[in-house]
Design a protein. Structure first.
Length: 280
C-alpha cells in the first residue's frame, strides 16, 4: 500500500516501523544458530505476479530451488510473498563485494545441467510474471541501530520504502541519525537501513528493513509509539515531523511472509528448523 501524505500527521507509521524489530543478517548467507550484521550489499529482485498465477509461479520456482540444492549451487537467497499490496515476490541475496557476486554467478552458470534447468524454468515461468526488476542496495551502518540477529529464526518482514526529495539526501541521513539517537533510550529498538545504489530511483531511495519472528511484533511496534514520544519530548517530536515533511517525497510500507519452498537457504537452516525451512 502506497502512502503519500503530509508528515505533519502523527508519526505512527514511521516510528512503529523503527522499534522492536530485529536487524537483518546477511540474508540467507549465514548458518543457523549464528548472529551476523548485514552483508555490505543486498541484491533485491521484485517479481510482480499475474492475477491467479501465484501457485503456478511458486511450483516452478520450488522446482528450480530444489535443482540448485541438488547441485549445491552457491548464492543462497531468501524469498517472501507480499501480505499487503499487489501480489508479488521479493527475493534477497546478500554479498560483500561485486567480485563475490560475479564469482557466484559464474560458478552457477558453469554447472551446465543446472543452467539448462534454470533457463527452461525461466521460459515456463514467464507466463506467470507481469513484471520483474532487480536492484542493488548498500547497507548504511550509520543509519542502522541494534545488535545482529539469527535471521533463520525470522518468519516475516516489514519493509518501508522511502523516496527522498531531490537534494535532500544529507538532510534525510541526518534526520535518521536523530531518530537513532532518540531510540537509544528504548533498548529493544532495532532497524537496518539500505540505500539503493543501482536500479530505478538509485541515489534517492532507501529501505528500512524489519525481520520479525511473528506478526505480533507489529502490535508491539505500534504500542511503542508512546515510549518514543516520552523519550524525545514534544519539541523534538515537532522538529522530527517537520524534517520528514521536508525531506521525504513518499513512503510505502508493506508486510511480507517468508516462503521456505521458494527460498534457497543454507542446509543448517533446514536442520535447525525442519518444520519450517524443510517445507516443500
Amino acid at each position: 500500500m502506497k502512502h503519500r501524505f503530509s508528515f505533519t500527521a502523527p508519526l505512527c507509521l514511521f516510528t512503529a516501523s523503527l522499534s522492536l524489530c530485529a536487524i537483518p543478517s546477511a540474508f540467507a548467507q549465514q548458518d543457523a544458530g549464528q548472529v551476523h550484521s548485514p552483508s555490505k550489499y543486498l541484491y533485491l529482485e521484485n517479481i510482480e505476479i499475474k492475477p491467479n498465477q501465484g501457485n503456478a509461479f511458486a511450483k516452478i520456482q520450488a522446482e528450480e530451488v530444489q535443482a540448485m540444492r541438488d547441485a549445491k549451487a552457491p548464492g543462497h537467497f531468501l524469498s517472501m510473498w507480499a501480505i499487503t499490496g499487489p501480489e508479488h515476490v521479493i527475493s534477497m541475496h546478500g554479498f560483500d563485494s561485486f567480485a563475490d557476486l560475479q564469482k557466484d554467478h559464474e560458478a552457477t552458470m558453469a554447472m551446465s545441467k543446472l543452467a539448462d534447468t534454470m533457463k527452461a524454468d525461466d521460459a515456463e515461468q514467464a507466463a506467470t510474471i507481469a513484471n520483474a526488476h532487480g536492484s542493488i542496495y548498500r547497507w548504511d551502518k550509520d543509519l542502522s541501530l541494534g545488535a545482529p540477529i539469527d535471521l533463520s529464526k525470522m518468519r516475516f518482514m516489514r519493509i518501508l520504502l522511502f523516496q527522498v526529495r531531490s537534494g535532500h539526501d544529507d538532510d534525510f541521513n541526518h534526520l535518521v541519525k536523530l531518530f537513532a539517537k532518540a531510540y537509544e533510550a528504548i533498548p529493544e529498538a532495532r532497524w537496518a537501513v539500505f540505500e539503493k545504489t543501482y536500479g530505478v530511483g538509485s541515489g534517492n531511495t532507501y529501505i528500512l528493513v524489519t525481520p520479525m519472528e511473528s506478526l505480533s511484533t507489529v502490535d508491539m511496534m505500534i504500542g511503542s509509539n508512546k515510549k518514543f514520544t516520552d523519550a524525545v519530548g514534544e519539541d523534538q517530536l515537532a522538529m522530527l515531523r517537520k524534517g520528514l515533511d521536508a525531506d521525504v517525497e513518499s513512503l510505502e510500507a508493506d508486510l511480507f511472509a517468508f516462503d521456505p519452498s521458494i527460498s534457497y537457504v543454507p542446509d543448517s537452516w533446514i536442520t535447525s528448523s525442519p518444520d519450517f525451512w524443510g517445507k516443500k
